[in-house]
Design a protein around this ligand. Sequence first.
Ligand code: MF3
Ligand code: CO
Ligand code: CO
Length: 256
Amino acid sequence: MKVSIKTPEQIEKMRVAGRLAADVLEMIAPYVEPGISTGELDRICHDYMVNVQKVVPAPLNYKGFPKSICTSVNQVVCHGIPSEKKILKSGDIVNLDITVIADGWYGDTSKMFCVGKVAPHAERLIQVTQECLYKGIEMVKPGCRLGDIGHVIQQHAESNYYSVVREYCGHGIGDVFHEEPQVLHYGKPNTGMELKEGMTFTIEPMINAGKAGTKLLKDGWTVETRDKRLSAQWEHTLVVTADGVEVLTRRPDETF
Ligand code: MF3
Ligand code: CO
Ligand code: CO
């Protein structure tokens, strides 16, 4: 088990990457409206990352992924592939997951968007999932253990009668996309690795309205809920500081 501790200079590079990833989510927000295709959202983000930000979209060609962002609509849990054929309609919920490589360092963040007018039950799933992420973030400080993070997320999801996806998790991140440790979104207090200042990782809970089970589609990427009910996800990249946490992908509307 080798979890890297980043130096202040490396953390500064991740701060830049994190801010750029967050900026993409801010930039794309006004485009997420009924009638746009997920392929068009991908194209707008790709052009912004490459031509304006001068960063590399990390998903593109990552293990063969064909696009620059992930677009996961309704029952899609994660890794949805953008397509010209997938037109968003009022009532849809969609996760846009952005990962940039800036000067060799990664920033990874995602958020949910409501398309047009969305049912109250869907809005509630989105809100509780965001609360799961925020409760996980609040736990982070030196001495906290990974199981403590997983536990608060699982507790909040299940006390709202939702379920936590098990097959996918958060991850260490730095000058590679996915590194140790694995950050599970369920677990038991006082178990798992102890956090140390300078660790960098994501928390990215995937919470299902129905059962936890998932299914990988034949495209080799798209993950759906088995029961075809809704799924939501929010993600931030963070660094453990001397006395707590810094959220590297924080957006201006977020107060931590
Ligand atoms: N951004 C995703 C994560 O949070 C990973 C996407 S990999 C891709 O870890 F290939 F699907 F893009
Ligand atoms: Co991630
Ligand atoms: Co991501």
